[in-house]
Ligand binder design. Structure first.
Ligand code: ARG
Length: 560
């Protein structure tokens, strides 16, 4: 049952819908006040009375019933206590019935959401800067699917540009097939860096010529390019597998080569294209933005041109309800510009394009400078985290079996959770010690709580999964019940705001409440009926934590 809705329907304020009221109902931070609270300030204007008086008067009109056990008015707030046993029974039944589907819904049925994320650059390092887009995008992908949408994961590969001409030139000078096969993306990157360090006029000219050869369909140049692409994708796919990240399409920038012509024609037809110093632009001055560059003076297309073509293609192919771009805030202007161009082209769906911007990730030791050639590869961050997880886990429990498997789950979880825990727009500093702490607001803490719950359940073996006739939840138990109850709305909020961090925070909050309950209430030695209830609560917590972590791409070890 939706308690907020239930309460809202009892409250009659002229002109305000039950839905609006339900959305104002909050969970008070101090549960002594009540389980739900409705601030009455917003009714003051309509009713022409003070919030305190409104709350007093409304309180009298709502009788206690089987669901609401007490209504009181305090300082302009209407506070509700609800029937604890009723809520407990209901939530536990729902979790046990829905299992791994608890928290899901079909609210998105029939709607497709395109999510452009990770979008790696071929032959360039897959570095820590790609961490957020990869794990944020992947979490959104899972969250939207969980809510019944059809999510389409798109890796908009950076596989277009003069750098590939440089790479071919470097390879022909210094490379050989065996070494590159063996060294993979690292060998390719070395060639590229060497080219940039040593290139003179002639080499630059040669690179431009090779790029032109790729463009004109030259076989040798294209074979080399495809080979570099294959090596890059093989490399990143291994990382995606470890992070449980999936894509439905790898249509990259190059894919739009033959789709830009019609876009340029359309821009011309609609009178949007202007010449400026030989280049073709869309003037965005009336909207307070620099012009959007469509064609360079040499006729070459740009990043924005390909994004415009890609958006049109996606609308045609997927008929999306929304198309999300999970890309760092550094590209804010780029997205505002090409969204505007599409709007000016008369695409009414341009309003459904969303730039999901996020902040920077840096490492504690400050090592994230591409200019100095000091790139932190994401693979190395993951390996280091898993290695440290092994040490941390072994120290806590030296007798564990399958330590490797557990360390993988704990280490990967820490990388993902570390990147997702904060509001996405915040710049974050990644610290191995912090993300691997058993104490803090970490995935390790949540995973450990799961292992604790699992171990209680294992010891209980055969208990009756029937709740007793008399149910009188203690405060600690009821805090867990309430936290369990808000998981579905947390998932909805996370989707609504494109904030997987809500789910990460939720998991920590539920784990904390469970641990308080675990330490304050004995479970296995409690009297029969109480014990059954506590075990059910433990089982429901484990299920819900697992569901929450799964949405973030994090697995839960059986033991820790
Ligand atoms: N490859 C780009 C980069 O690394 C990100 C692409 C984002 N997606 C897009 N449709 N522009 O900066």
């Amino acid at each position: 049952m939706d308690y907020k809705k239930y309460i809202a329907e009892k409250i009659k304020v002229g002109g305000v819908s039950a839905e609006e009221i339900a959305s104002s109902i909050a969970l008070p931070p101090n549960s002594q006040m009540g389980d739900y609270a409705l601030p009455c300030f917003r009714f003051a204007k309509v009713l022409r009375k003070s919030p305190a008086v409104i709350a007093e008067e409304l309180a009298k009109t709502i009788p206690a019933d089987g669901v609401i056990s007490e209504v009181s008015a305090v300082n302009g707030y209407l506070n509700f206590k609800i029937n604890k046993a009723g809520l407990a029974r209901e939530v536990l039944a729902e979790i046990s019935q829905k299992g791994e589907k608890y928290g899901s819904s079909d609210i998105g049925a029939g709607r497709t959401i395109c999510i452009d994320y990770s979008s790696v650059n071929i032959a360039k390092p897959f570095h820590i800067g790609h961490l957020s887009t990869t794990v944020l995008g992947s979490a959104l992908y899972k969250i939207f699917n969980f809510l019944g949408y059809k999510a389409v994961g798109i890796n908009h590969l950076g596989d277009y540009g003069t750098q590939f001409g440089k790479l071919i030139s470097a390879y022909k000078r210094w490379g050989n097939r065996e070494e590159v096969e063996k060294g993979g993306i690292h060998a390719i990157n070395d060639l590229y860096v060497r080219f940039n360090n040593e290139a003179d006029e002639d080499m630059e000219k040669e690179a431009r010529e090779y790029f032109r050869l790729i463009e004109s369909g030259d076989k040798e140049a294209n074979d080399l390019f495809e080979w570099f692409k294959k090596l890059t994708l093989e490399y990143v796919k291994k990382i995606y597998d470890r992070l449980d990240v999936h894509f439905d399409s790898y249509a990259g920038e190059r894919f739009y080569t033959d789709k830009m012509g019609p876009v340029i024609d359309e821009l011309k037809e609609k009178g949007l294209l202007k010449e400026s110093n030989g280049a073709q632009i869309v003037d965005l001055e009336p909207y307070g933005m620099p012009p959007c560059l469509i064609l360079r003076s040499d006729g070459a297309s740009l990043y924005a041109t390909r994004d415009i073509a890609a958006a049109i293609y996606r609308k045609k192919t997927y008929d999306f309800y929304k198309c999300l771009y999970v890309v760092a805030y550094q590209q804010n202007l780029h997205f505002r510009q090409f969204f505007k161009v599409l709007e000016l082209m008369g695409k009414e769906w341009a309003k459904d394009l969303v730039h999901v911007a996020y902040g920077m990730v840096s490492l504690e030791d400050g090592a994230m400078s591409t200019r100095k050639g000091k790139v932190v590869w994401l693979e190395d961050v993951i390996s280091k985290c898993v290695e440290k997880a092994y040490a941390v886990v072994s120290e806590k429990n030296p007798d564990l079996e399958n330590k490797d498997e557990i360390a993988e789950k704990v280490g990967i979880g820490a990388v993902i959770f570390g990147a997702l825990y904060n509001n996405k727009i915040k710049d974050i500093t990644f610290s191995y010690d912090k993300v691997l702490s058993f104490e803090g607001e970490t995935s390790v803490y949540v995973q450990y709580t799961c292992a604790r719950a699992a171990s209680v359940l294992e010891k209980a073996c055969d208990y009756a999964a029937v709740l007793p006739e008399e149910l009188n939840p203690t405060d600690e138990e009821f805090e867990v019940v309430k936290a369990l109850a808000v998981f579905p709305e947390t998932v909805l909020d996370a989707a609504d705001k494109y904030e997987p961090s809500y789910i990460a925070r939720y998991a920590v909050d539920l784990a904390q409440k469970f641990n308080k309950f675990y330490f304050d209430c004995k479970i296995l030695t409690a009297e029969a009926g109480v014990k059954d209830f506590r075990l059910e609560l433990t089982k429901a917590t484990l299920r819900t934590l697992e569901n929450a972590l799964a949405l973030l791409g994090i697995g839960v070890p059986d033991k820790m």
